[in-house]
Design a protein. Sequence first.
Length: 340
Amino acid sequence: MKAIIFKGVNRLALEERPEPAITHADDVVVRIDSTGICGTDRNIYLGNFKAREGVILGHESVGVVAAVGPAVRNFKAGDRVIVNPTLNCGRCDFCQRGELNFCDNKAGSEIGVDRDGTFASHSVFPEQFLYKLPKGMEFSRAVVVEPLACVLNNAKAANLRAEDDVAIIGAGPIGMVWGLYAQRVALRTTMLENNPFRIQFARKHLERVIDSGADNAVAAAIAANGGRKFRVVVDTTGVMLERSLELVSKGGCVVLMGFNAGYKATIHPLTLVGNGIRIIGAGDYNSQIFPAAIDLAATLPLESLVTHQIGLDEYEKAFGLIAGGSNNAAYGAMKVVIRS
């Protein structure tokens, strides 16, 4: 089969790999239909997130069951499925406490990072990490469920409430999923973004969008929120903690979602202590939240975020659309999906 391989920073290749085989009794081989390019994939490509060289990238996936191991009971060939790519061992102290996202035994099990992923025609997973798609849910919507699970995990960590006002920094795919969700459940949602394409896109879906590249962006966002700072500020970029602290209200929280291994921020602890501000890193989503994300997806127009569906052979075009460059000016897409 053909697969997109990570060869090093700024280096990908389309190579032939053997189709995965059933090696464990609970294995399920999935014929991959679609995989979304995640911010993690982008950061691996750009060198901002570590991955094993030679790994098949990709993890936000949907497809059809091709074959099952002898112990598989809940799936059969032809079932439409969605992949939960956050594997866990179920045995370590964290897993035993129900904190599956902090599993101590992730090494070698992170799909598309250090275990082969889904930018390929087929992939194999343990049965427990697959879910049947609801009847009538199209792949174009289901392929965005995994990002929605990430958002739900972070919203839960922030204790998001109906009376809260939310500022989201970064109108990329994860920021837009946050926006669709927060706009439904919270009092008021404001998006900050500086890329012209993403500003225009966000304004078609969200009520308040501020150009974060403007000199008065913080003041403009606060003014759009009725002159009040925000109880919940979400940084989806990974490089805007200091800007987030300018936006958050007393008693509020800053939720960090973006990944950038090279970013460092200066924090004055007295600002946090004196104003009761929390900085939250929720980590990967707990797999227990994944079924809720599938159910919620039935009510959210997630497919509206997919702007491009591109075949494996055109991987360079696909990653070129979201690589962005150092000044964020090159973005020309929202959610880009690789069709296998």
